[in-house]
Ligand binder design. Structure first.
Ligand SMILES: Nc1ncnc2c1ncn2[C@@H]1O[C@H](COP(=O)(O)OP(=O)(O)O)[C@@H](O)[C@H]1O
Ligand SMILES: [Mg+2]
Length: 289
């Protein structure tokens, strides 16, 4: 009935299955995640809490932008969810397809993706929900038009209830307040999205924008020690020649990323969706650059 599919590594093992018969009512493809129960003995209990949080979004506008959990099977020790056709942002960043495209297409893709993800994050955060492991790996792009699905919801939690483990997520995408123990900080997803935005520019324009962290150093710690105005003008000067005529179109996105990762009392910048989009859409007068 089911065929074993791709297997990917993480702290869980993820398998993809394809339906070959039609005797059951099920999606054509599903994802089955087997957590490493030795490392996380209470994983499935936590996922049950996450399924409850996930229910908050059923029937809402962003329902389709969040991976859907179908089953959490405590006996078999696995979690089953819908498969989303597409590529993870990490796969897109590693591939050559985007890099070989026209600059205007790269610029459009980066902006559309950040704005779509920003909308998902803002909607989640407005209900007090934090994803807590936002990063390119956990974004599946359905196409190159910014249609995306946020996956790997295992750490997702209600910021006020704190009923989830105190997992730290992925160091590069952790904001300073998270490093300081504010695990449920509402700004952490937005911070991780801003780093993701810079990741995309680095990869598609083949440049280095962010400091390369070594060993135990956290990126947020390094960024906190930097002068952000200087940082912005440095990264602007790297991207501007690469973006050529399309520089004004991407300038707002760069400013937004830097604004979000700038530390304000230890917290990343969080604004409402409209104001965030205004910054992203800002276009400098070329003579100002
Ligand atoms: N619902 C899904 N649809 C499509 N791909 C998925 C889905 N869930 C997981 N994947 C793929 O499997 C990888 C690992 O799954 P993920 O849930 O992120 O596990 P981990 O906890 O190991 O990071 C993802 O980066 C993505 O490429
Ligand atoms: Mg993942």
């Amino acid at each position: 009935m089911m065929l074993g599919g791709r297997q990917l590594k993480g702290f869980c093992t993820t398998h993809f299955f394809e339906r070959v018969g039609d005797e059951i009512k099920a999606p054509d493809k599903i994802v089955v995640k087997f957590p490493n129960m030795r490392a996380h003995p209470d994983y499935l209990e936590i996922v049950k809490v996450v399924m409850g949080v996930r229910e908050l979004f059923y029937g809402t506008d962003i329902d389709g932008s969040l991976a859907r959990f179908l089953v959490c099977d405590l006996d078999k020790g696995c979690v089953v969810s819908d498969y989303t056709e597409g590529l993870s942002l990490t796969e897109i960043m590693r591939g050559h397809d985007m890099r070989n495209r026209e600059v205007c297409e790269i610029v459009d893709f980066c902006k559309d993706l950040v704005v779509s993800a920003l909308w998902v994050v803002t909607e989640m955060n407005s209900k007090g929900v934090v994803h807590r492991d936002f990063k390119p790996d956990n974004l599946v792009c359905k196409n190159l038009l910014g249609d995306l699905v946020l996956i790997d919801l295992d750490f997702m939690a209600l910021s006020h209830s704190k009923r989830s483990w105190n997992c730290d997520g992925t160091p590069k995408y952790q904001s300073l307040d998270v490093i300081d123990g504010q695990n449920f900080s509402a700004g952490r997803d937005m911070y991780a999205l801003a780093i993701t935005g810079l990741d995309m520019l680095e990869s598609f324009f083949d440049v280095e924008l962010l400091p390369q962290t070594v060993g135990e150093t956290f990126l947020a710690d390094e960024l906190a020690d930097m002068n952000m105005t200087k940082f912005l003008s440095r990264i602007n000067s790297i991207i501007q020649p690469k973006a050529g005529d399309y520089w004004p179109q991407i300038a707002g996105l760069m400013s937004w990323c830097v604004e979000v990762i700038s530390v304000d009392g230890g917290k990343p910048f969080v604004g409402n969706l409209e104001n965030n989009i205004k910054i992203i859409d800002w276009m400098p007068n070329l003579t100002q650059v």
